[in-house]
Design a protein around this ligand. Structure first.
Ligand SMILES: Nc1nc2c(ncn2[C@@H]2O[C@H](COP(=O)(O)OP(=O)(O)OP(=O)(O)O)[C@@H](O)[C@H]2O)c(=O)[nH]1
Ligand SMILES: [Mg+2]
Length: 303
């Protein structure tokens, strides 16, 4: 049996369903998801293990016309990733017409194919559960006219439709080679990053307008709590949430602190599942004025 291994990445405009699809292919949550655009802010590797192959799936931030320095840095990150993979999955959501955002990305992908490497691009029509069959057929046609694709695969990460088929198609483009990660390893995301991401995911729920973009989360420390008698093991997790303005701080905290408490209890459940121990989660909201446009602050927040 030939064994294949290599790298695939998902690109697409914000909110196209890249991270949800990554999680579905890996079979476990490695990337946070939300219905707010620009949820993903760094590349995340999820590893798909099979008898005959190992695929390192790189989930990327949504590609878009940048309006801030953060946006520019995210786009640059995606472009770097594109040159480093064996196959690209271009995600186009079925519930939205092919638009200027998709054409912008298609142009970048044409340049990639033309640079001599000839990286194959598979068009992935995401969220196909959201549209009737006839609409899906129209969308597939529009996608096929958008560029030269190695394949076009409609999927639904939520319904599980054709997720395995997509895995087969992507793996078919990987070279022969040995596994790159140990058996059972599902991501190379450090725990500390996953913890911060789970807090950001919880905090994104129900906030609107500019706030999702203005929110950054950094773990301050994770320390084991001293055990008294046979009390169960417990970790103290201190996390800072940064926003850009005082008004945003008030929204995140909510009336009498209720909103922040809800965010904390939702995030704590995910963090306890991730770390496998009880957690005391301590959230602090701080203002870092206009950090999205400030190179110094961007550096400090890890961008
Ligand atoms: N119905 C349906 N909804 C989906 C599907 N895939 C993703 N979604 C929803 O679409 C929204 C965006 O999903 P994400 O996976 O966060 O999208 P993304 O492309 O990673 O977004 P960015 O990281 O912001 O670029 C979320 O609310 C998901 O629940 C799907 O197959 N079906
Ligand atoms: Mg994402």
């Amino acid at each position: 049996m030939t064994f294949r291994s290599g790298f695939a990445c998902f690109v697409g405009r914000p909110n196209a369903g890249k991270s949800t699809l990554t999680n579905a292919l890996v079979g476990q949550k490695v990337a946070i998801t939300s219905d707010r655009p620009q949820t993903t802010r760094h590349t995340i590797r999820g590893i798909v293990h099979r008898e005959d192959a190992q695929m390192v799936l790189v989930d990327t931030p949504g590609l878009h016309r940048p309006r801030t320095l953060l946006g520019e840095r995210l786009n640059a990150l995606v472009k770097d990733t594109l040159t480093e993979v064996d196959v690209v999955g271009f995600c186009l959501p079925a519930d939205q017409k092919v638009g200027p955002g998709d054409r912008f990305i298609a142009e970048q992908l044409v340049q990639l194919a033309g640079d001599g490497r000839g990286t194959p691009v598979v068009a992935v029509v995401t969220k196909s559960d959201l549209v009737p069959k006839g609409r899906l057929a129209e969308h597939l046609l529009a996608v096929s006219r958008l560029g030269e694709w190695a394949d076009i695969v409609p999927v639904s990460a939520v319904g599980g439709y054709q997720v395995d088929t997509l895995s087969d198609v992507l793996i078919g483009h990987l070279p022969e080679g040995p596994p790159l990660y140990a058996d059972g390893e599902l991501t190379d995301e450090p725990e500390i990053v996953m913890v911060a991401e789970l807090v950001r995911e919880a905090a994104l729920e129900g906030v609107h307008d500019e706030l999702p973009h203005s929110l950054a989360v950094v773990v301050d420390e994770i320390v084991p709590r001293e055990r008294l008698g046979d009390a169960p093991a417990m970790l103290d997790v201190r996390v800072n949430l940064f926003v850009e303005r005082d008004s945003q701080k008030a929204i995140i905290i909510g009336k009498g602190g209720t909103r922040l408490r809800d965010v904390g209890s939702q995030a704590r459940r995910g963090i306890e599942a991730l770390l496998g121990t009880k957690v005391y989660l301590d959230l602090h909201v701080k203002v870092a004025k206009d950090w999205q446009r400030d190179p110094k602050q961007l550096g400090r927040l890890g961008f």
